[in-house]
Design a protein around this ligand. Structure first.
Ligand code: AFP
Length: 291
C-alpha cells in the first residue's frame, strides 16, 4: 500500500506542476505560486510540490532531491514511514521556455537509506509533460503508462511495455568533439548501419520515446570534458535503468550495469548506455577495447 500511495501522490504533484507550467503564472513579478508563497522558479516550485506530497503520504522517511544539497528527513515520524525516495522534480527545466517536453523522475527504496545501489529499488516512475501528460511506473511487475485526461484523472493507456532486442534509433548526448575514441567508433558504427538520430535534450522524453517505440538506445558518455558523463545516478540513471530493465532492455555505464553501481555521494554521475539489449552490448564491446 505504501508504494501505491507514493506513486499516487507523485501523480497528484504532477497535476500541480503541469498546471504551473502551462498557465505561465510564474516568473512574473508579484505573482504567487500555487501555495500563495512568493514566486519561485518552476523547478524549485516543482520540488516544493513533490516534497509536500511525499510527506503527505506518511510513508516516506527520507528524500533526496536534485534541487536540494542534502538528504531531507521528514520530521513527523511514524512506523509507517518505511520508504526513501530520490527524485528530480523537473528534469530538463531549461527546455520549458522553448516549449519542449520535460519530466519528473522518481526512484523508490524500502527502508531509510536512499544511498543504495539501483538494484535495490522497489519502484520507479517518471512523468512526461509534453503534448500529453503521461505517467510511467513499475514496481517490479512490468511497466505501465497512464495518461492525464481532461477531467484530471490518470487513466491506464499502456501495460506490459516491452523493448525489442534491437532497434534503429539512437540519442547521442554530449559534444561530439569531446567523444573518447571508443565511443566515437560506437556512434560511427550505428550511423554506418543507418540508425536514425532522435535527441530532444530532455532525458525523460528521450527515454519515453525508446519505451513507447519499443526500441532505440540513449547514450550520454564519458567525454574529455567530463569522464563521469553528465547525468546523475540517483535521480536520473537508476530510476530509468530500473524501468528499462523491467521492459526487457539494458542500462550500462559502458563497463557495468547501472543498477550495480554503488552510489558514492548525492551528485554521483555516470556515463550511460540505455535501451535495447543488443545495442547496449555492442557499446560495451567498443568500450572494452583498450585505447
Ligand atoms: P537541464 O535539466 O539542465 O536542462 O539538463 C537536462 C539533462 O540533464 C537531461 O535531461 C538531458 O538528457 C541532458 O541534460 C542534455 O544534456 P545536453 O544539453 O548536454 O545535451
Amino acid at each position: 500500500m505504501g508504494l501505491a500511495s507514493i506513486i499516487y501522490e507523485v501523480g497528484v504533484a504532477s497535476k500541480y506542476i503541469n498546471h504551473a507550467m502551462r498557465t505561465g503564472d510564474l516568473g512574473l513579478a508579484g505573482t504567487s505560486n500555487l501555495y500563495g508563497e512568493e514566486q519561485l522558479a518552476l523547478d524549485v516550485l516543482a520540488d516544493e510540490i513533490i516534497k509536500d506530497r511525499l510527506d503527505h503520504t506518511g510513508r516516506v522517511r527520507k528524500i533526496i532531491s536534485e534541487e536540494q544539497s542534502e538528504i531531507i528527513i521528514f520530521e513527523r515520524s511514524g512506523r509507517l514511514r518505511q520508504y526513501s525516495v530520490c527524485y528530480d522534480p523537473l528534469d530538463g527545466s531549461s527546455l520549458v521556455d522553448v516549449n519542449l517536453a520535460v519530466g519528473t523522475i522518481v526512484s523508490i527504496y524500502a527502508g531509510d537509506d536512499p544511498l543504495q545501489p539501483g538494484r535495490n529499488q522497489v519502484g520507479a516512475m517518471y512523468v512526461v509533460y509534453g503534448p500529453r501528460t503521461t505517467l510511467v511506473y513499475s514496481v517490479g511487475k512490468g511497466v505501465f503508462e497512464f495518461t492525464l485526461n481532461s477531467l484530471g484523472e490518470f487513466t491506464l493507456s499502456r501495460e506490459g511495455i516491452i523493448l525489442k532486442e534491437k532497434g534503429n534509433l539512437y540519442s547521442p548526448g554530449g559534444l561530439r568533439q569531446e567523444y573518447l575514441p571508443q565511443h566515437e567508433k560506437f556512434i560511427a558504427t550505428l550511423e554506418e548501419k543507418g540508425y536514425k538520430l532522435r535527441y530532444s535534450g530532455g532525458f525523460v522524453p528521450d527515454i519515453n520515446q525508446i519505451l513507447l517505440k519499443g526500441q532505440g538506445i540513449f547514450t550520454y558518455p564519458a567525454t574529455t570534458g567530463n569522464l563521469h558523463g553528465k547525468l546523475r545516478l540517483l535521480f536520473e540513471l537508476n530510476p530509468m535503468a530500473y524501468l528499462i530493465e523491467q521492459a526487457g532492455g539494458a542500462a550500462s555505464t559502458g563497463l557495468m550495469p547501472i543498477l550495480d553501481v554503488v552510489p558514492e555521494h548525492l551528485d554521483h554521475r555516470c556515463p550511460i548506455y540505455i535501451g535495447c539489449r543488443e545495442e547496449v552490448a555492442l557499446a560495451e564491446k567498443f568500450l572494452a577495447i583498450p585505447v
